[in-house]
Design a protein around this ligand. Structure first.
Ligand code: GTP
Length: 363
């Protein structure tokens, strides 16, 4: 039940920009939430005024609700800036009028200007300074007017004013909590999106050099601490310069990205693969001996040899890879030493005719 409500609210907040990663997404969520809260509030007071047969205030609440729905529609149909501006105007007018003509200052209804002020601070960017300052200043001025003018509040008893004060306090706290939560959770998801981008090679979608070397350090340290074997393989495409020269750089890019896909589906789930540079890749295999690793890398080599890289023009490019393998040995104290060994193995594989793998060290 709670999950269904949460999903529904998420959907309402994300209307129109679910997959967006723009700079102002935080603010967009706050705008959507403010409309959601505002329209719900309008509905409640509308029912209240109809119930008490106060048709002037009921009509006023109906107009506010309609404007709220209009602003909300603006926000998810691309007129985001209009939606941004309409919200503080309509909510300020609503709080001011209802404070004056119904709730009175003892009900603390005018504390809802705190929401408008927070909205102004969070939602408007630095380049919207004028409107930001206008919203902040006007909400403070209107709050002070309501606070110091001593408005009696028509048709509402002292007890009811107490109930309204408690409700307003809860509503303002709820609004502030949700807005803070929206901002923080949005920052977290933008951070993790940026981290993924910073660790990913754009062309192949594999880990980039920085990430795969960080994995190498961690896996090497883990293996040494736990006394497990681990094998590094360096894989290089054969005659890649010739592929670029013959079929063009774009075809070379296509070959790289397709080979990367084939290689990452040929490794074991617990292995790591990344682009080391140009047409070189690293595979890090944990808890494995050289013979087992040879089977894994031979599987990669065969899969690449058998794959068809076909350009848009229908030209099929033959591709092969060479690889060098090396494992942790008792005298290895740094992961760079295994990488250097694997690189030597790669050199031997190339020298011995390419399209083959070469194991550089044995236990
Ligand atoms: N299309 C494309 N080419 C790249 C990319 N990165 C590096 N290269 C090319 O890869 C080629 C590597 O050439 P070499 O280092 O001579 O190696 P090779 O031709 O593969 O020869 P061997 O490794 O000895 O089999 C160079 O021509 C680089 O320009 C890339 O991202 N896209």
């Amino acid at each position: 039940m709670f999950n269904t409500i949460k999903k529904l609210i998420d959907k309402l907040l994300n209307l129109g920009f679910a997959d967006d990663f723009g700079n102002d997404l935080n603010q967009k969520h706050v705008v959507s939430f403010s409309y959601l809260a505002f329209c719900s509030g309008c509905l409640i007071v509308l029912f209240l005024f109809v119930f008490f047969q106060m048709f002037f205030l009921a009509s006023f609440s109906f107009v506010c609700l309609s404007l709220g729905l209009l602003g909300w529609r603006y926000s998810y149909s691309g007129y985001y800036e209009r939606a941004q501006v309409l919200m503080p105007i309509v909510s300020s007018v609503q709080v001011f009028v209802l404070s004056f003509f119904y709730f009175g200052d003892s009900s603390d209804f005018h504390w809802l200007f705190v929401n408008v002020l927070i909205y102004g601070v969070i939602v408007f960017r630095a380049d919207q300074r004028f409107i930001k300052h206008s919203v902040v200043i006007s909400s403070v001025v209107l709050f002070l007017i309501c606070e110091f003018l001593t408005i009696e509040g028509l048709h509402i008893t002292a007890e009811s004013q107490n109930v309204v004060a408690v409700t307003v306090f809860l509503f303002v706290s709820f609004y502030v909590a949700v807005v803070i939560n929206l901002v923080i959770s949005r920052l977290k998801s933008v951070n993790s999106h940026l981290r993924t981008l910073a660790e990913m090679d754009e062309l192949t979608g594999l880990s980039n050099r920085r990430k795969v070397l960080a994995d190498a350090v961690n896996i090497f340290a883990d293996s040494v601490i736990n006394g497990l074997s681990c094998v590094f393989a360096i894989i290089d495409l054969d005659h890649f310069k010739k592929i670029n020269d013959t079929y063009g750089h774009e075809a070379g890019d296509l070959a790289l990205s397709q080979i990367a896909k084939v290689m990452s589906s040929a490794i074991r789930p617990q292995d790591e693969i990344g682009r080391y540079g140009g047409e070189e890749f690293i595979v890090i295999m944990r808890d494995i001996n050289l013979n087992q690793a040879e089977v894994v890398v031979e599987n990669i080599r065969k899969s690449v040899e058998e794959m068809l890289v076909e350009t848009e023009q229908g030209v099929v490019i033959p591709v092969t890879i060479s690889a060098g393998l090396a494992a942790i040995t008792p005298d290895v104290s740094r992961y760079e030493e295994i990488l250097a060994q694997a690189d030597k193995g790669l050199y031997s594989a190339k020298r011995n005719g390419r399209n083959r793998i070469f194991i550089q060290s044995e236990y």
